[in-house]
Design a binder for this molecule. Structure first.
Ligand code: ATP
Ligand code: MG
Length: 665
């Protein structure tokens, strides 16, 4: 529909509107369940309230927290883009996440149901968590950690990861959590960049049914980081572990002998809380700095609003790893600030069997589940019969995060996991935004499969064209955030200029998210993937997300990743890497059929020039497809930085496949 698009991403765009209509077949909307809507934490009135007085709205949300000194200021935006929120307020983040729930009489409530991969489990109450965090805080002090220091955390998904983060927050040291599973080099560069003096790690963790060592990577990394004074080691697997006397300290020994009393000191609202490196999907990871009061306000509010979280009755489970931002905001800070009961799972979804997630949902009566599209597509690939064997009737709200969720996966998730009764909240946000920004509200929004829909109350988001003008409904362009928000990044650690250049220079006065998006006829926002990934084919902008969605809507395709590769005639040619479903086999007929299927769904211009069936796709540890690496392969270049890849051997397999594909041209 060229007529109703703008002159940017949508220029002459024959793809987007038609494809949405096609993928949805009919105008499918899912109204919120009546009982959920009637008792929802947040109603539609919140939008009007925030529109009328945005800063007043956030000042009210800040009162969800317990402050030592109540803030009288809300936003200081006198030196943009360097924001200060609630700047004259003082609080202790760990106190807000733990102690105050105990003081309110909820010490016996379970904070964390931990499920280890080998099947060991333990439940930790808020009172126990308070004691453990206090002991760990005392141990950090004994190891010389002070307010303003940085501590690197490299742990598996075990409760000590949460305790370590909260202990840092309690003493005012910023943590920098690095994925357990990153290489020694990746860890070393992050330790150096943050200048951490302490590293907290474990002997190992369980993955895919066996202990997997962590400490060797730290030993190798720390050898290159003379500023590290101590390495604190949690015993998880009990495997043989090299130990450097004087430097290394066992967690159970030093934490175990501390007092469970620790008086939390209040810090400024703008005191650094953590540094977290982005997943590196588009390039070199950036050290994103978050601070305390504004971050916790928005993490807490969004967890309350978007999941409709009822701390007395819900059992919440976020399947993210603690090493990425979802784990920070929606395992640690949001849920614990809200006094929630949650499940924490150590391992992989297919160990010991492919029904493990659903077994965990059934065991704990999980009511709210938050996971990623990549996981949902994997479950689809494994088959409907697996979740069908478990009782999932406790579920009432489902969330998605990390990538655009294709309508096919959305509908499957709703039907096979949500029993056609649970609303799905597709939450768009980034490491940089700290908390959710665009999402349906489960008791308010009539949801559309595949759309994150609209900015949350108090958040300003829109889609603009090349010149920064807002596009009309039906138009496509760049996603921008129009107003500062409480949990926004404050800078890139050690590089204010890169912060300004990356996010605030593209469009005057607006935050440039780096994602393409479009607005449908109702003004709802659809994310179209990264701007860097948008393809320009014969003068048409085509989004990778839409071609991938079209491929996955074919019964033979489980997953797809699409890139634009340089092409002499068309500018860029679409190259698709697909994982076929179990029974489908790789034949020329099938490849032809897939090309035609995309053509029929999106229009002939979107037909991939090449389709390459592969066994696996290159993904980050957070499950995101690294299209820039596939682009390197498709353009026959040396493959770029793979340090944040979950499994770097995947690239070799793909490269080996490609020569035969290129010879077709
Ligand atoms: P880097 O910035 O280093 O390339 P990254 O962007 O993958 O890494 P994250 O901050 O973990 O690092 O991911 C945020 C990005 O994930 C968003 O910018 C967006 O592209 C994508 N994303 C997250 N949630 C959604 C969603 N619900 N819908 C669409 N895209 C999403
Ligand atoms: Mg990013």
């Amino acid at each position: 529909m060229p007529g109703d698009t703008t002159d940017t991403l949508g220029k002459g765009d024959v793809v987007s509107n038609e494809s949405l209509a096609n993928l949805l077949k009919e105008e499918r909307r899912f109204a919120p369940p009546a009982d959920l809507a009637a008792a929802a934490n947040v109603t539609g009135a919140a939008y009007a309230q925030a529109d009328a007085d945005r800063l007043g709205f956030w000042a009210e949300q800040a009162r969800r927290l317990t402050w030592d000194t109540e803030p009288t200021e809300t936003l200081d935006w006198t030196n943009p883009p360097f924001a200060k929120w609630f700047a004259d307020g003082k609080l202790n983040v760990a106190y807000n996440c733990v102690d105050r729930h105990v003081e309110a009489g909820n010490g016996d409530r379970v904070a964390i149901h931990f499920e280890g991969e080998p099947g060991d489990s333990r439940s930790i109450t808020y009172a126990e968590l308070k004691d453990e965090v206090s002991r760990a805080a005392n141990a950090l002090t004994e190891l010389g950690v002070q307010a303003g220091d940085r501590v690197a955390v490299y742990l598996p998904m075990i409760p000590e990861a949460v305790v370590a983060m909260l202990a840092c927050a309690r003493v005012g040291a910023a943590h920098s959590v690095v994925f357990g599973g990153f290489s020694a080099d990746a860890v070393a560069s992050r330790i150096q960049d943050a200048d951490a003096k302490l590293v907290i790690t474990a002997d190992g963790g369980y993955r895919r049914g066996k202990p997997s060592a962590l400490k060797p990577a730290i030993d190798e990394a720390v050898a290159k980081c003379p500023q590290v004074e101590h390495v604190l080691v949690v015993r998880r697997t009990g495997q043989d572990t090299a130990f450097t006397e004087g430097r290394d300290v066992w967690w159970d020994e030093i934490v175990g002998r501390q007092s469970a009393e620790h008086a939390p000191q209040a810090f400024d609202a703008e005191h650094p809380l953590f540094i977290l490196y982005t997943s590196g999907t588009t390039g070199k990871p950036k050290g994103i700095l978050h601070t305390s009061g504004g971050y916790l306000t928005q993490a807490s509010y969004t967890h309350h609003a978007v999941f409709d979280l009822k701390p007395e009755s819900d059992v919440y489970w976020c399947t993210a790893d603690i090493g990425w931002v979802t784990g920070h905001s929606y395992i640690v800070y949001g849920p614990l600030a809200n006094g929630a009961t949650q499940v924490m799972y150590e391992g992989t979804p297919d160990t010991p069997h492919q029904g493990r997630f659903w077994e965990v949902v059934q065991k704990y009566g999980v009511t709210v589940l938050y996971t990623a599209p990549t996981a949902i597509r994997t479950f689809m690939k494994w088959g409907d019969d697996i979740p069908a064997k478990f009782d999932l009737s406790s579920l009432r709200v489902l969330g998605s995060v990390g990538e655009p969720i294709n309508p096919e996966a959305w509908v499957w998730y709703r039907k096979h996991i949500g029993g056609d009764r649970c609303p799905i909240v597709d939450t768009w946000w980034q490491t940089e935004t700290g908390a959710m920004m665009i999402s349906p509200l489960p008791g308010v929004t009539a949801t559309k499969p595949g759309s994150a829909q609209r900015a949350l109350p108090g958040i300003g988001a829109t889609v603009v064209d090349d010149e920064g003008h807002e596009v009309p409904n039906g138009g496509g362009g760049y996603l921008v955030l129009t107003e500062p928000w409480p949990s926004m990044l404050r800078t890139i650690w050690g590089d204010d200029q890169r912060f300004v250049d990356t996010y605030w220079s593209r469009f005057e006065g607006k935050y440039f998210a780096g994602d393409g998006a479009k607005k449908d006829d109702d003004g709802d926002i659809w994310l179209l993937g990264r701007v860097d990934d948008v393809m320009l084919v014969s003068g048409h902008n085509i989004s990778t997300t839409e071609v991938e969605s079209a491929l996955v809507s074919h019964p033979s395709v489980a997953e797809a990743a699409v890139v634009g590769a340089k092409d002499e005639t068309t500018g860029q040619a679409i190259v698709a890497f697909v994982i076929l479903r179990g029974s489908a086999s790789e034949t020329d007929t099938l490849v032809g059929e897939l090309r035609n299927h995309v053509g029929a769904t999106l229009g002939p211009i979107a037909k991939p020039k090449r389709i390459v069936p592969v066994q696996e796709l290159p993904k980050t540890r957070s499950g995101k497809i690294m299209r820039r690496l596939l682009r390197d392969v498709a353009e026959d270049r040396a493959v770029g930085d793979v340090t944040t890849l979950a499994d770097s051997s995947v690239m070799d397999l793909i490269q080996n496949k490609l020569p035969s594909a290129s010879s077709e041209d």
